[in-house]
Design a protein around this ligand. Structure first.
Ligand code: NAG
Ligand code: NAG
Ligand code: NAG
Ligand code: NAG
Ligand code: NAG
Ligand code: NAG
Ligand code: NAG
Ligand code: NAG
Length: 565
């Protein structure tokens, strides 16, 4: 079996008809199996007698790898070096080399021997490797404002050809400018594998603007897409340049509020201690940036400052103004006054601004402050005075009662709706509520009492001509008035001054009776005299008119006529 191969190879070495095609180039991946195709894998027109794979040694001499004859179809490995265990041939004549290394960068040639032809197909192989994902080492803990600091070192490991490393800040590449950005590249080749490790050290002069900036490192390689590290952020140290004092309060500051002073410095890390100057008095606060004024008063008003503990000049000031409101109202509480009296109302107010004053009486708004020169029953009520200034509200109040003895304002009579009765109405002013008494018994008693005005009604059936009396009383006194009610139904009649008239009429009645008695006595005397005289004559004549109150009769007659109309 070997004899045939040797025979063929003897022909080949002496061959004159050798044909060599142009060189193909293939890139293989490090560590994987290299497949070197023979004639680009094209199908052979004729079954070859022999296929031989060889390579160019560095000195130019050929290095045999393997041969495969058509019969027996078994590869014969000639290589004695490290290819011995790594090579094999595929059915389609491709040479397979396991575990590619950089040393496999060679030109391999496939020689195909057919019955009258020998062809050679050289393929140049290059082995490459993609780097491992980038790693950032020696990362800086923090950056000092304006100071060139090594931010970190980015490593792209085991690549061929060597990888390129680029630093970026917030997605924009950082280019070495020799001042704020300095990038030091280093390349290290592993002598055993020939793979390169690229490292890039970034030195950076951070500014305050770099707070929150994201630094990344990107590795570029011919094999595959860019690989980017996780973003890194750095805390940046810088000294305080500004101090700000904030007054923390809800809306207007008023007496009794708690007011918090907060001191803010823009340095990083922020200062942890501050001096608070409270109207000249110094308080040092450690481990906090606030100072609380508890329960402020109007005396708290003034200028407040805060500063850095180690630098008094780094300070800020704010004025605090505390609003206040002092009010008083005279009278207050429960006030009882008699109708007709006066009641002075005095309001005093003193606030940190213009004080707004408004009044209500029994929850109804009043246009202006009430004034009581002569109290009326309607003035009684619950008075509230509301004061407000800059978010402070206060109110004062008094309850006013107006009292007075009853005074009958009106007494009247009306025909009832059914025409059978009379409705008598007595209207009385007074407080406390007067009680009303009529001189007759009535039905359907009705009474209402509003603002010291009592209206009392009864329904009566007059059995004759009556003088009806309404008497009203409370603990302060009594008032009485009368009205004449006839048994006949008269037209509506109102009498305002009935009582005085009654007195007048009684006087007239008495005078009338006295005159009547005198006249009667005179008449009796005259009659006796005439009788004595006529007794001798025997006849006398009686007067037609009766003695008595002629005036009263006339009046009653008039009334009778009116009712009949
Ligand atoms: C040759 O065969 C191998 C394995 O049998 C296969 O992976 C490869 O794709 C083939 N090559 C060509 C060029 O057809
Ligand atoms: C290829 O390398 C792997 C590990 O790197 C090893 O286990 C294997 O035996 C090697 N194969 C050959 C044919 O050398
Ligand atoms: C003010 O602070 C004191 C003590 O912290 C607290 O008791 C009081 O309720 C606070 N007053 C107000 C109006 O928040
Ligand atoms: C506080 O008020 C005083 C007097 O009105 C004034 O001189 C001072 O400048 C004010 N301070 C601030 C911080 O406004
Ligand atoms: C108002 O109150 C302030 C502060 O208590 C005081 O200085 C001022 O004299 C008062 N004014 C009047 C009119 O009472
Ligand atoms: C009113 O009625 C009562 C009994 O109901 C009686 O005692 C009284 O005399 C009556 N008064 C008048 C004025 O008629
Ligand atoms: C009521 O009637 C009497 C006589 O009965 C009379 O004297 C008096 O003037 C009358 N009063 C009124 C208010 O009419
Ligand atoms: C009541 O007075 C009227 C006149 O005003 C008279 O006509 C009538 O007779 C009187 N009735 C009684 C019962 O006295």
């Amino acid at each position: 079996m070997h004899s045939a191969a040797y025979f063929v190879s003897a022909i080949i070495t002496s061959a004159v008809l050798l044909q060599v095609s142009s060189v193909d180039a293939i890139i293989s991946l490090y560590g994987e199996t290299i497949e070197v195709p023979c004639n680009k894998g094209a199908a052979m027109s004729e079954k070859p007698l022999l296929i031989k794979w060889k390579y160019d040694k560095s000195d130019g001499s050929p290095g045999d790898i393997l041969t495969k004859a058509s019969d027996p179809e078994e590869a014969n490995i000639q290589a004695t070096n490290n290819y011995k265990d790594r090579v094999s041939i595929a059915p389609n004549a491709s040479l397979l080399i396991a575990n590619a290394t950089l040393d496999d960068k060679k030109t391999f040639t496939c020689m195909v021997v057919t019955m009258g032809d020998v062809k050679e197909y050289p393929v140049s192989i290059e082995v490459q490797k993609r780097p491992l994902p980038p790693q950032i080492r020696d990362k800086a803990k923090e950056l000092e404002n304006g100071k060139l600091t090594t931010l970190g070192e980015c490593i792209a490991q085991d690549a061929y050809p060597p990888a390129e490393v680029i630093w970026s800040k917030d997605g924009l590449p950082l280019v070495d400018d020799g001042k704020t950005i300095m990038v030091t590249m280093d390349k290290d080749v592993d002598p055993a594998t020939g793979l390169a490790t690229t490292s890039s050290k970034l030195q950076y002069r951070a500014g305050k603007g770099d707070v929150g900036s994201e630094f990344t490192c990107t590795v570029k390689h011919s094999l595959g897409p860019d690989q980017t590290s996780d973003p890194q952020t750095f805390s940046i140290h810088y000294p305080t340049e500004n101090v700000n004092l904030h007054v923390v309060a809800k809306g207007h500051i008023k007496e009794g509020d708690n007011v918090t002073l907060r001191c803010k410095a823009d340095g990083n890390p922020p200062p942890t201690s501050f001096n608070f100057l409270l109207k000249g008095q110094k308080e040092t606060v450690v481990g906090s940036d606030t100072y609380t004024l508890v329960g402020v008063t109007r005396d708290t008003t003034g200028e407040y400052k805060c500063s850095l503990v180690d630098d008094d000049n780094m300070q800020d000031a704010k004025n605090i103004s505390v609003n206040y409101l002092d009010v008083s109202l005279v009278p207050s509480g429960n006030i009882v006054k008699t109708v007709g009296e006066s009641l002075p109302v005095t309001v005093q107010k003193n606030g940190s601004g213009e004080v707004k004053v408004s009044w209500t009486k029994d929850n109804g708004k009043l246009e202006k402050q009430p004034k009581f020169d002569s109290l009326k029953y309607v003035d009684a009520g619950y008075y509230v005075c509301d004061f407000s200034v800059a978010g402070i509200k206060q109110s004062r109040s008094f309850q006013l009662l107006v009292q007075g003895k009853p005074s009958i304002q009106r007494i009247s009579k009306d025909r009832s709706e059914d025409g059978q009765h009379k409705v008598l109405t007595c209207e009385v002013e007074g407080f406390p509520k007067p009680s009303v008494q009529w001189s007759v018994n009535g039905t359907n008693e009705e009474s209402s009492y509003v603002n010291g005005w009592l209206t009392h009604k009864i329904t009566v059936v007059p059995t004759g001509n009556l003088t009806v009396t309404c008497s009203a009383s409370n603990e302060l006194g009594e008032d009485v008035k009368s009205i004449n009610v006839s048994s006949l139904f008269e037209e509506k009649e109102k009498l305002g001054e009935g009582k005085e008239d009654d007195g007048d009429d009684q006087a007239k009645l008495i005078v009338g009776i006295v005159i009547g008695l005198i006249l009667a006595a005179a008449v009796v005397g005259l009659v006796y005299w005439v009788y004595m005289k006529k007794s001798k004559q025997g006849s006398w004549k009686t007067g037609e008119k009766e003695s008595g109150t002629s005036e009263e009769s006339k009046k009653l007659e008039e009334n009778n006529h009116k009712a009949e109309v």
